[in-house]
Design a protein around this ligand. Structure first.
Ligand SMILES: Cc1ncc(COP(=O)(O)O)c(C=O)c1O
Length: 399
């Protein structure tokens, strides 16, 4: 039987599949050190778990309204106002099954088949696959030779064409951990506004930010920018709630209202119990977030300094999220233990097979020659992982 274009072009999530392979080996009793995880290794804070238990006991076991419970949308609006300086009312917010679904809902509202979405590379791979599922074309802007791997306004202006509908901005970034300054965001937004394209601002890592930087929400920059921007966020990364699947989008009603209608038919509202837990996460005590941040910060320093001690590896210090994204081009085009390693995918596979070290190759992020290390792992495992990387590099044949 003939299948759709979306079915034929769908790729499994590159990050999830390597993580799955590492987990499978671990389940077989292998001692794998994995840096592939895209989620905090901490447990969801107790007050949030208790809120979910109370929700079950008090009958939150039915459908919620399709865009989410009104009090949760209200709390998100208040939180965006208080913490980000963003002025949305609750009608301008859609709660979805994670930021991932929110992104897809909003792409469906903006992209017609044949339209283009601009993805500054390195980029999170699901953006491209979601756009393709809408019949649209992801257009990659290569920023790997730019300082900090960041998009610049001239590169953005060059990439905009008649079919461009969206520029994707992700700060702090997965995979690079880089954070745009207010001035950089302003300059990019200017180009988007002049060309009348949407800015999708993925801010899911906004609370994981280091060295006293402050997160700037794109839509705060001017009323015009606000009118062109959809802001995406989630409780997933901030509160160690990846499995609860609650994220949201906030933006002009012209685009949020149809997204709510679509969601009512595609998935209905997200899980009712998880929404009550998310309400507690957002409105309850925030100490756990700061504690997690401090631990991530210590791991970040340990990992980045360890990587930079290795010949052929260059790692910029990430300003946010929990990823390091070293340039490993210096390790490629060489032979290790009888195996020629020419690209980041074969390097990742060899690391897993030879020394049981799992890392994600840069290629699915549009950055060949790089590797992504998540530091949502213990300091002990960071040290162990670095030793394994060095052990593998010592297997170089011509050294
Ligand atoms: C940049 C980015 N955006 C969105 C998401 C999706 O978040 P959620 O788990 O809330 O769907 C992720 C998850 O890895 C991410 O890295």
């Amino acid at each position: 039987m003939e299948l759709s274009r979306a079915a034929k072009t769908a790729e499994p999530s590159a990050t999830l599949s390597l993580n799955a392979l590492a987990k499978q080996l671990a389940a077989q009793g292998e001692d794998v050190v994995s840096f592939t995880v895209g989620e905090p290794d901490f447990d969801t804070p107790e007050n949030i778990k208790q809120a979910a238990i109370r929700a079950v006991q008090s009958g939150y076991t039915k459908y919620s309204p399709a865009p989410g419970f009104p009090d949760l949308r209200e709390a998100i609006a208040e939180n965006l106002k208080e913490c980000n300086g963003l002025d949305y009312d609750s009608q301008q917010i859609i709660v979805s099954n994670g930021a991932k679904q929110a992104l897809y809902m909003l792409m469906l509202c903006v992209l017609d088949p044949g339209d283009q979405i601009l993805l500054p590379a390195p980029y999170w791979p699901s953006y491209a696959d979601q756009a393709k599922a809408c019949g649209a074309e992801p257009v990659v802007i290569d920023c790997t030779s730019n300082p900090g791997l960041k998009l610049t306004p001239d590169k953005l202006a060059d990439a905009v064409g008649p079919k461009t509908k969206i520029i994707m901005v992700n700060s702090p970034s997965n995979p690079t951990g880089m954070v745009y300054t207010k001035e950089e965001l302003q300059a990019l937004a200017q180009v988007a506004v002049e060309n009348n394209i949407w800015i999708f601002s993925d801010e899911v890592y906004e609370r994981l930010i280091y060295d006293n930087r402050s997160h700037v929400s794109m839509a705060t920059l001017s009323p015009e920018i606000y009118n062109h921007t959809v802001t995406f966020n989630a409780v997933s990364k901030t509160y160690a709630m990846t499995g609860w699947r609650i994220g949201y989008a906030a933006g002009p009603e012209e685009v949020i209202t149809p997204a709510c209608r679509l969601q009512s038919n595609l998935t209905s509202g997200p899980n009712s119990i998880a929404q009550r837990a998310a309400l507690e996460a957002i409105t309850g005590p925030q100490d756990a977030v700061d504690e997690m941040l401090q631990k991530f910060d210590a791991r970040r320093k340990l990992l980045v300094s360890g990587l930079n001690e290795i010949d052929g590896v260059e790692c910029k210090t990430p300003g946010g999220a929990f990823y390091a994204f070293p340039d490993c081009n210096g390790l490629l085009k060489k032979s290790y233990d009888g195996r020629q390693i020419n690209d980041s995918m074969s390097l990742s596979k060899a690391l897993l097979e030879k020394v049981r070290l799992a890392v994600v190759p840069g290629s699915p992020f549009g950055a060949e020659g790089y590797l992504r290390f998540s530091y949502a792992v213990s300091e002990e495992n960071i040290e162990k992982g670095l030793k394994r990387l060095k052990k593998f590099l010592n297997m170089r044949d011509d050294a």
